[in-house]
Design a protein. Sequence first.
Length: 436
Amino acid sequence: MRIPVETLRLDNGLFVTLSEDHTAPIVAVNLWYHVGSANEKTGRTGFAHLFEHMLFQGSAHVGSNEHFELIQRAGGTLNGSTWLERTNYFETVPSNELALALWLEADRMGELLPAMTQEKLDTQRDVVKNERRWAVDNQPYGTMLEKLQELVFPPTHPFQHSLIGSMEDLSAASLDDVAQFFATYYTPDNAVLSVAGDFDSAIARSLISGYFGPIPRGRGKPPLPPMGLSPVFGTRLREVVHDNVSLTRLFLAFRSPVFGSDDYYAASVAAALLGMRKGSRLHRALVRDRQVAADAGAFTFDLAKGSDLLVIDVTARPEISVGQLEEEVEREVDLIHREGVSTEEVERAVALIETDLIASLQSAGERADRLSMFATYFGQPELINEQVDRYRSVTTQRVNELVVARFGENNRASLIYVPREGVETESMLAAAAGAS
């Protein structure tokens, strides 16, 4: 499956990728800004995520929330997301509405500041605070991401602090702080625009040049602090969190090769054979055979700078103690570290990854997002067509070398959630039994 890829760069630095596909009468517009929580200053965390909200609050020619209204009335869908290394905004619309989606993205890139007001900032700051209360502080295991970041990254590392930000930092953010953050990072020379689906390349190029071309490039962004880390933690790390949860849950993290590197693909395969689907090693051993877990999986964070993380995620059955859960998971990790993996396991994992990858690329929105990703991180959107071959090239030997290097005692960080005293577990019995 080959994805057609065209690229151009406007004079203001905007990198554009185009991928025509006339299978269905829809087109996806995807804009990645190369800014995430890693770019935030101490005392001003949460800005990247705050802007995920602010950019939908209107610009010079678009009213507050009108971006949503215009796209949805046109029959489209839209949203945004924030991560440690990037922020993205995306729309999928009927083919005849391409100009609308491009114009909306260009207007907020070039004309957001004139429409930014203290009232909008105060409103969205409160929205983000409520999101934090709902999705992080009062959600079972909701603090996992920020607690894991704090555990595995040194205090001075850009990935160490919370993605959503602290209540104190959000309260302290001034309108001038927010305006400076936007002017620094939300500029055409710090962005990638991808268009995928049913469109004419010449028309798209003309629209993009007309809408985005007049936006001035930025004045440069400050460099990130040093991102480099040693391949392993160097010692065991462990934190226990007593929370309002019903079942004990263990997140076991390992430092892993950065996304896009040769060794990343071996780590991705290792994560898949450990925890992808019910035929994976962890699910077979812990959920089905020994019945100590209600669920088990593994995944990588896909971080492209400094160090990635490979994380094993296991939820215990109600009757299983913290010590037993840790022992059972460590037993599986020790086994794979000592004896390695089989060729059959590697082939199964690669097949599953390849199937998921090809299935996802049938979506115009997913295609545009991956083009933006490879263009943002590596300047090469055409890498989208190399992913299947890179996974197919992963050998059993490479996975075992990765396992030996990264799964040892000196590279394990355990974040464990245990029920706070008084939290009922009976309500989870049926769900746990069903999961097994």
